[in-house]
Design a protein around this ligand. Sequence first.
Ligand code: GYE
Length: 341
Amino acid sequence: MKQRMKWLAAIAVALIMLFAAACSNGSNSGGGGTTQTSGGGGGGGSQAKDKIVLGFAQVGAESGWRTANTDSIKQAAADAGIELKFSDAQQKQENQIKAIRSFIQQKVDVIAFSPVVESGWETVLQEAKEAGIPVVLTDRAIDSDDESLYTAFIGSDFVEEGRRAGRWLLEQFKDATEPVNIVELQGTTGSAPANDRKAGFEEIIKENPNLKIIASQTGDFTRAKGKEVMQSFLQAHPDIDVLYAHNDDMGLGAIQAIEAAGLVPGKDIIIITVDAVRDGMQAAADGKINFIVECNPLLGPQLMDIVKDIVAGKEVPKRIAVEEGTFTSEEAKAALPNRKY
Ligand code: GYE
């Protein structure tokens, strides 16, 4: 009799385990999310729950900077043992909003994103707040006055980057007695880096009335658009002295247009860019870009540290700055062999 009871108990336990496994599989595929359990082992339910889940809504894949930034975030999440749900918005705000809403639905532990433009985030961030999910802004800021909509912002000072570009140019042309004609390739319209890099640059160059921006247009941070817009600048203005591009990729596209027009980049037209990614640094080392302002894309490790602290209930700083410098052609040549991105 006792034997039989034992057997029955064992069969019941086995059935319960089978049922539980079937249920958890069902919820994985039915949840509409990406892979949930990374360890995979049955019975490791509590282990899977302990893993922090981070939803990250990336801007897109528009530039070398962005690729380095995405790689850094993916690598740092893997290193930190954080489960990453990654979404690429293809430079569209509506896609980022959709991704954030889906992260809220999936009840991730923390949401991080790099806002493609500065405005229009209140509604969706309010939804995250009401769901009790902390939000970290990375790379780009938003222009809302309500600081309670996000927990922290990790990123560069784009106004200062613009100032650095301006200071170098001011110094180069300090003895100029004639007008210096500048064309500007702006980043994505309405984005924090485009607004701030423009503002910082203008603030400095206005000290010398000879320095004039004669044309300024968006190249959307891409090589293709940078080339296209530079072509039209060259057609409309035969007397361009300087190009200020808000990132390396647009500068690199513009270099193709300048060469196709029979001019020598870096000589006939002085070129300043921002980012200092590998291709930009190479062009600087080759003398085609005269000055690069650095913008560091390797934000992944800092982001993962913040995410862990937030989940652990620790107090985190609201603003986390990134250290960066600048490069002339000579400095780019020296730095290139050890460049990580
Ligand atoms: O400079 C540009 C990218 O937001 C700092 O976005 C980033 C900018 C970067 O596409 O290359």
